[in-house]
Design a protein around this ligand. Structure first.
Ligand code: S6P
Ligand code: ZN
Length: 206
């Protein structure tokens, strides 16, 4: 049976998307191990573990294949030590599935990493669409002083693999505050994926 076309008003201030089929929040306490400065993390988590770092509204379709999942991410401004608030980051579980993000409010970055460790960091801001190609790990970062709101859209059979980042000790770079701007510095806990790990990722495609 055919699905009916739908329309989804998005509030660029809050990221709220009408007619979403789901929503979830990530609080500071949910993000253990994501940030480099563990002492600063424990300090912030101790002050207010329920502080919301980001909220995702999404619409998941009825069809598991050949359809689109779309929604919004709203991320508060903030830092853990020198590191800006960020999403957990992942690669799509079926790794050759892409994604498109469009900035709606605020100033953000999309940090992308290829399986063999190349980093590309692109601005996400109102009027800018960032394309995350197949096979790239991705995470978004709020480098501004107001909320970052983005919309996203990706194939419904993508899935998310979060463990890939944990296994390599984080992503290759950390985005930290530097003067009035930001800087990408080497992540001291990063371990580059070996050839076998890279080919295992490349094989998770169909
Ligand atoms: C899913 C897509 C977004 C993120 C969201 C939160 O493929 O990239 O919906 O899930 O921005 O990020 P994360 O890394 O915590 O899932
Ligand atoms: Zn994704």
């Amino acid at each position: 049976m055919l699905q009916q076309p739908t329309s989804h008003k998005i509030d660029p201030d809050t990221g709220r998307m009408e007619n979403a089929t789901g929503a979830y929040r990530k609080r500071i306490a949910d993000l253990s191990g994501v940030y480099l400065d563990e002492a600063a993390f424990l300090d912030e988590a101790g002050k207010d573990p329920d502080r919301v770092v980001y909220t995702v509204f999404e619409t998941r379709p009825e069809q598991e294949r050949g359809d689109l999942i779309f929604g919004t991410t709203h991320m508060a401004p903030g830092r853990i030590g020198d590191e800006y608030f960020l999403t957990r980051g992942h690669i799509h579980a079926t790794a050759n599935r892409p994604e498109a993000y469009t900035g709606l409010r605020g100033a953000g970055l999309m940090q992308m990493e290829s399986p063999d460790g190349e980093t590309v960091v692109l601005d996400v801001k109102p009027g800018v669409l960032v394309y995350v190609p197949p096979y790239w790990l991705h995470r978004s970062i709020n480098i501004g002083s107001e909320p970052l709101v983005m919309s996203f859209c990706y194939p419904s059979d993508s899935g998310q693999d979060y463990a890939v980042i944990g296994r390599s000790g984080g992503m290759a770079k950390r985005i930290i505050a530097q003067g009035d701007g930001w800087e990408a510095v080497d992540n001291p806990t990063y371990r580059k994926r070996n050839a076998e790990e890279v080919s295992r990722i490349m094989e998770t495609s169909n």
